[in-house]
Structure formats: structure tokens, C-alpha cells
Write a protein that binds this ligand. Structure first.
Ligand code: SAH
Ligand code: CA
Length: 213
């Protein structure tokens, strides 16, 4: 992932975002030391923003597609009430082992439940009578449209879908690969979907927010 803004300004943003508990820095260090694509992790600023969204919405049920080593789940779960739940989906048994180990160490980690397997299949098992307040889409880019369509019926009215990496290091302006085109198609689809209102933000690698009307 390439930064969308000057490194010095990115540094300034990091420095002026309230530090998280030390566990988050440890999770960042372990992820950088033991995985091959650690930059997939949302990090302090986006993690804090996600937490803030969960808190602002008074969310009780959150869905995540793309767990990795659990940083974003751990961020969002912290803002959930005690009886809140975050369901997170991933296909990778190795990185999610790290995630589980860190969730076990936080008091709010018990609100997180992992569904291991292809998220497309997991989504088909989720009952519509237990709607979500917020969903964070952050798995394979080729799946974004399918995830969005499967999640929208599971979302309460006024609920929020947040899709990550939607500026895709700027490659949305000159798409070449299949993944580039998948993000471009996703953004266009959301932007003309009458069922939501949406805003595309330049936070980190781009975040598309779509609120169900
Ligand atoms: N939100 C995470 C980063 C997610 S990285 C964080 O902030 O740390 C993307 C993840 O999507 C990877 O862990 C990958 O294993 C997962 N993924 C890819 N394809 C998937 C699929 N079909 N179903 C579920 N998860 C998938
Ligand atoms: Ca991401």
C-alpha cells in the first residue's frame, strides 16, 4: 500500500491521534515480525476511527469481513457494550491464531467471535432476524461487490457499511489489474445505489462509508 499523502503529514496524523493501549502496539509488532503482508493491518488511525464509528452509532452488533491478525476487530470491539458482539470472518487459520491470542488478552476480546472459512459461505449462514449496526469489509478485493450485496439485507435501517482500501493506493484513477477494476466497479456501484447514502474518505488507503436508508 502506498501512502496517499506526504509521509511527514501521515506521521503528524499518527502523532495527533490518541495512542491505544499497549496491546495494540504489541499486536502491530508481532504482525510485522511474523506475517508476509503486515501493511494490511489498519493501524492506529483507522483503527481508532473504526472504534469511534462503533461508539458514535451505539452499535451492538458488528460484522467484519477480513480478520487477519485481529487489529481492526480488537479496535471495534472495544467500543461495544458488554452484551455486544462482533462476528469476524477469515479463511486463514494461521493469522487468525495470532488474532485469537491477542483477543484473549483484552477484557473486551470476549465479544469477538471468529468464523473461519470463505466469507461468502459464512454470510449465507447469518440470520436476517439478527441485524447488524455496522459492517467492515476488508477481505479479497474481488469479493467486495458480493460481500456488499450479501450484507446490505443483514443491516438495520440507518446501519453503516465501511469498505476499506477503496482508493487502492490511487490506482482507481488508472485501473490495470483485476483487483484494481474490482475496486473501481465497487465504488461506482455504491455511488449509484439508491438504497444507501455514501461518502468516500481519504483516510489511510480510502474508506467508503455507505449508510442504509
Ligand atoms: N482487517 C484486518 C486486515 C484484513 S487483510 C486488519 O486490520 O488487521 C485481508 C484478510 O482477508 C486476510 O487475512 C485474508 O485471509 C482474508 N480473506 C481473503 N479472502 C477471503 C475470503 N474469501 N473469505 C474470508 N476472508 C478472506
Ligand atoms: Ca485493509
Amino acid at each position: 500500500m502506498e501512502l496517499l499523502i506526504a509521509p511527514a503529514l501521515d506521521h503528524y496524523i499518527q502523532e495527533h491521534t490518541r495512542p491505544r493501549p499497549a496491546l495494540f502496539d504489541e499486536l502491530r509488532d508481532v504482525t510485522y515480525a511474523s506475517t508476509s503482508a503486515p501493511q494490511m493491518q489498519v493501524g492506529r488511525v483507522e483503527g481508532t476511527f473504526l472504534k469511534m464509528l462503533v461508539g458514535l452509532m451505539g452499535a451492538r452488533r458488528v460484522l467484519e469481513i477480513g480478520t487477519f491478525t485481529g487489529y481492526s476487530s480488537l479496535s471495534m470491539a472495544e467500543a461495544l457494550p458488554d452484551d455486544g458482539e462482533l462476528i469476524t470472518c477469515d479463511i486463514d487459520p494461521e493469522t487468525t491464531k495470532i488474532a485469537r491470542a491477542f483477543w484473549d488478552r483484552a477484557p473486551w476480546g470476549k465479544k469477538i467471535s471468529l468464523r473461519l472459512g470463505d466469507a461468502r459461505a459464512t454470510l449465507r449462514t447469518l440470520p436476517a432476524n439478527e441485524p447488524f449496526d455496522l459492517a467492515f469489509i476488508d477481505a479479497d478485493k474481488s469479493g467486495y461487490l458480493d460481500y456488499y450485496e450479501a450484507i446490505l439485507p443483514l443491516l438495520r435501517k440507518g446501519g453503516l457499511i465501511v469498505a476499506d482500501n477503496t482508493l487502492w493506493s490511487g490506482k482507481v484513477l488508472d485501473p490495470q489489474t483485476e483487483d484494481d477494476h474490482a475496486i473501481v466497479r465497487f465504488n461506482a456501484h455504491v455511488n449509484r445505489d439508491p438504497r444507501v447514502e455514501n461518502v468516500l474518505l481519504s483516510v489511510r488507503d480510502g474508506m467508503m462509508l455507505a449508510r442504509k436508508l
